[in-house]
Design a protein around this ligand. Structure first.
Ligand code: FE2
Ligand code: FE2
Length: 193
């Protein structure tokens, strides 16, 4: 991943963009692998959730790559091979990672970008943070159902997820008329199974 001289005041935000881009790119690969494992574990609904989450992370990675390029940087990265465990463990790992992003990483990155009036970077962090929050809720729900061994719930059968193509907001049902985070028309959300 190339680093370079960026405008004064944007150095930390530029570094944060590279960190977020690497994190989201790796999360995309990891969630695709988790989806395969969930299918193998007979949890088709969780597999759908991981496929939707992989798309969410891809949307974030693309968004951050665009801002990196706008700042004159190079968004290339070497992906780590994903470590895959059983589906409950994978869900808990995903939950822990998204919790960190929502509670610590993105609020810090957003604050830094906002303080230096880097509006496009700030928006990419804010959108990512809010979308990760929707994943967090879905992971919590899936973990509770799996721990209760409720395989007749949505975790056991292929499930449609609605993903905002702009910010990555992810939900089991189409949200109202517009995306609650970025106001993109909800009927244009991607549907992922
Ligand atoms: Fe993420
Ligand atoms: Fe959105």
């Amino acid at each position: 991943m190339a680093t370079m001289a960026v405008a004064a005041g944007s150095e930390i935000t530029f570094k944060n963009l590279l960190t977020a881009y690497a994190g989201e790119s790796n999360a995309c690969v990891r969630y695709k692998a988790f989806a395969e494992r969930a299918d193998a574990d007979g949890l088709a609904g969780v597999a759908s959730l991981f496929r939707a989450a992989a798309r969410t992370e891809q949307i974030h990675a693309n968004m951050q790559a665009r801002v990196i390029r706008q700042l004159g940087g190079d968004a290339t990265i070497k992906l780590d091979p994903p470590l895959v465990k059983n589906t409950l463990e994978n869900l808990k790992l995903a939950l822990a990672e998204e919790s960190y992003e929502v509670q610590s990483m993105y609020p810090n990155f957003w604050g830094e970008a906002s303080a230096h009036i880097n509006a496009t970077a700030a928006r990419s962090f804010l959108f990512s943070m809010e979308a990760e929050r929707t994943l967090l809720g879905l992971y919590n729900e899936a973990i509770a159902l799996l721990e209760a061994e409720d395989r007749y719930s949505w975790i056991g059968a292929e499930q449609e997820f609605h993903v905002c193509a702009v910010c990555g907001h992810t939900a089991k049902t189409q949200p109202g008329e517009n995306c609650p985070t970025c106001y993109y028309p909800a009927d244009r959300f991607e549907r992922i199974r």
